[in-house]
Design a protein around this ligand. Structure first.
Ligand code: SAM
Length: 274
C-alpha cells in the first residue's frame, strides 16, 4: 500500500461488528491513531494486532498531531484513524485531520463501520429518507435555545446524541420547543446486551426517561409537520379562533401548540402580542 490515511469504523458495543476489512487495514497500518490507547488496545488484543502502533489523537492533541501524521502519510505510510467507538469524525475527533489531509492532496480511504446515528435512525420507525444529524446540543445559553428552535422547525427527522445525566433535561427542552406531542424514539445501548428502543411522544418520553436514563443514548425526533411552517399571522389567527370559541388563553395556547407542532413558548408570546 502507498501512503494514505484510512478512517476505520469500530463497534459501538458488539465486537462482532468489527469488519474483516477493518481488521485487515488495522493489521497492515503502520500507525493507528486513536482517542484512548487503553480502549483501542483492548480491541486490538482481540484481533492479535500489536498495540505498539497506537498513537493518541483526541480533541486536545489532534491539532498538534496533524502535521506529524500527515508527514507519515506523505512519506508513504498507512495511518489508520479510529475513535473509541463507531465512525471517527462523527461527534469524535477526525474532522480536522481529514480536512488537512484533503488540503494536502493526500489519499484518504474509509472502512465504513457501525455508527450510533444511522443505527438509531433506521430502528426508530421515523422517516429516514431525509434526515439531519445534530450531534450533541449545546449545553446551555443562547446557543442551546437557538439550536432547539432549529430542531423544532426542521421538517426532516433529527438525530441527536445525549449523555444519560442530561437526558431528562434535553427531552423536557425538546418538548417545550417542539410541542410535547411530537414523536420521538430513544435508542439505548445499541448492539449491547441491554439494547432498547423506546418510541412515543416527547411528553411521554420525559416521564419514561426519569428511570431509564442509563447507558448510551440517541434521540430521534420526528420532523416538524408542514403545519409548523405556519406564519405568525396564521398562528395568531388560530389563537383568535380558539378564544372566540370560548377557550381560555392558556387552553388556546395549548390547542395551537398541539395543532401546529410548534414551540409553546413562541405561541405564548404570540398570545401576549395579540
Ligand atoms: N463516533 C460515534 C458514532 O459513530 O456513533 C459517536 C461518538 S459520541 C462521542 C458518543 C455518543 O454516541 C454517545 O453519547 C451516544 O449518544 C452515542 N452512542 C455511541 N454508542 C452508542 C450505543 N451503543 N447506543 C446508543 N448510543 C450510542
Amino acid at each position: 500500500m502507498s501512503g494514505k490515511l484510512v478512517l476505520v469504523g469500530t463497534p459501538i458495543g458488539n465486537l462482532g461488528d468489527l469488519s474483516p476489512r477493518a481488521v485487515e487495514v488495522l493489521t497492515v497500518a503502520d500507525l493507528i491513531a486513536c482517542e484512548d490507547t487503553r480502549r483501542t488496545g483492548r480491541l486490538l488484543q482481540l484481533t492479535g494486532i500489536p498495540k505498539t502502533k497506537l498513537v493518541t489523537v483526541n480533541d486536545h492533541t489532534e491539532f498538534d498531531e496533524i502535521e506529524r501524521l500527515l508527514g507519515e502519510v506523505a512519506a508513504g505510510r498507512v495511518v489508520a484513524l479510529v475513535s473509541d467507538a463507531g465512525m471517527p469524525a462523527i461527534s469524535d475527533p477526525g474532522e480536522r485531520l481529514v480536512a488537512a489531509a484533503a488540503d494536502a492532496g493526500l489519499q484518504i480511504d474509509v472502512v465504513p463501520g457501525p455508527t450510533a446515528m444511522t443505527s438509531a435512525l433506521v430502528l426508530s420507525g421515523l422517516p429516514s429518507v431525509r434526515f439531519c444529524f445534530e450531534g450533541f446540543l449545546p449545553r446551555k445559553g443562547r446557543d442551546r435555545t437557538e439550536r432547539l428552535a432549529v430542531v423544532a422547525n426542521e421538517p426532516r427527522t433529527t438525530v441527536l446524541y445525549e449523555a444519560p445525566h442530561r437526558l431528562v433535561r434535553t427531552l423536557t427542552d425538546l418538548a417545550e420547543a417542539c410541542g410535547g406531542g411530537r414523536k420521538v424514539a430513544v435508542a439505548r445501548e445499541l448492539t449491547k446486551m441491554h439494547e432498547e428502543m423506546w418510541r412515543g411522544t416527547l411528553d411521554d418520553a420525559v416521564v419514561w426517561a426519569a428511570d431509564h436514563a442509563l447507558g448510551e443514548l440517541v434521540l430521534v425526533v420526528a420532523g416538524a409537520s408542514p403545519a409548523a411552517a405556519a406564519t405568525d399571522a396564521e398562528l395568531q389567527a388560530a389563537l383568535s379562533v380558539e378564544l372566540e370559541a370560548g377557550a381560555t388563553r392558556r387552553d388556546a395556547v395549548d390547542a395551537v401548540t398541539e395543532a401546529f407542532s410548534v414551540s409553546r413558548r413562541h405561541v405564548y408570546q404570540l398570545m401576549l402580542d395579540l
